[in-house]
Design a protein around this ligand. Structure first.
Ligand SMILES: [Zn+2]
Length: 158
């Protein structure tokens, strides 16, 4: 049993491939076969990719976390940028009392209510994009005070 030892076998295989690689016809044929195989097994490979991701998701998560700070910074910048545009679009002041001194105290309010539910469904960036698209038909600006009062009046406070 010459190949029972995996090291010996490996050595044999390496020698075999080195020899075979000199034969350009063999190389071309093998390349074609590989291409064919990949093409025919697209589904299988995709499934393998998903499985690989699933089994290594800890690794992926670490990789993601390593970059999260970077990404969050640009996300924060994007959020701020969008928020500015949203405030601009909705008039830059509280629709109820006219407060406009500090933009940080101005909040986007869903005119017909349901804002809380919406906030659970989509993130801030997407909400702002939605507001920019749908505009003052569905959204208005309220200052934090007026917004809380409205929430109590409409029984949205839990
Ligand atoms: Zn107000």
């Amino acid at each position: 049993m010459p190949y029972a030892d995996p090291l010996v076998r490996k050595e044999y295989e390496v020698k075999y491939y080195i020899e075979k690689k000199k034969d350009s016809k063999w190389v071309e044929k093998k390349r074609e076969k590989t291409r064919d195989y990949h093409y025919k097994n697209k589904e299988k490979r995709n499934a393998y990719g998903r499985k690989y991701y699933y089994e290594n998701r800890e690794k992926f998560r670490k990789w993601y976390q390593g970059r999260a700070d970077e990404w969050n910074l640009s996300r924060r910048e994007l959020t701020l940028q969008l928020r500015k545009e949203v405030l601009e679009k909705l008039g830059n002041k509280c629709l109820k009392c006219g407060y406009s001194e500090d933009w940080r105290a101005l909040q986007v309010d869903h005119i017909n209510g349901g804002g809380g539910e919406e906030r659970r469904k989509i993130n801030t960036i997407n909400l702002y994009k939605k507001v920019l698209k749908e505009g003052s038909l569905y959204y208005q600006l309220l200052c934090a005070n007026c917004n809380w009062i409205k929430k109590y009046e409409q029984n949205e406070v839990k």
